[in-house]
Design a protein around this ligand. Sequence first.
Ligand code: HEC
Length: 160
Amino acid sequence: MSSVTRARMYQAIIVVLLLVIAAMAYKFIVLGSTERVDDRRVAVVLEPGDRALMLSEMRAFVAGLQQITDALSHEDMKSVAKAARAMGTPRSHDVPLALMAKLPLEFKALALGVHGGFDTLATDAEAVGKPAHTLAQLSGILQKCVACHASYEVKDTRAP
Ligand code: HEC
């Protein structure tokens, strides 16, 4: 085989590999594991354990929101910050990579928006210390909860 032919062959192999990588990135980063459901939401299809993990994280959000609103009613901004920080970005680092790959890009963006929103809320609760400001930030975060729930449901891989 001439060196020109060999170089062409290597180039072709590299192109094919790049295409495979691009297709995998599109699948795992952008699409995730999803299907459409009747009420027009997109179903994220997860293993039972991953689904349970996600739903328990959701219930933790409600528990955290309860702590924030209670602390806010006492203007206890230190406790507001503490509860918000527990729902901040570091929390998202607990999500296993295999689960992350099944989440569509928009879903991940909304989830990170919520975690990031709690980071900012915590910082401002201490630095600004105005309950009305915190409430407005909370409302912004809740809009993201609402937006995600309007677009997605989570389906068990075992469900028909
Ligand atoms: C990125 C998307 C997303 C965001 C952001 C999000 N959720 Fe969810 N949540 C879901 C999905 C999907 C479900 C499952 C709904 C279904 O299958 O019908 C769910 C379910 C829930 C449930 C039900 C839990 C259970 O045990 O069944 C609660 C409560 C909940 N979310 C609260 C919240 C709160 C509060 C926020 C905001 C602080 C929030 N969620 C933000 C996607 C999201």
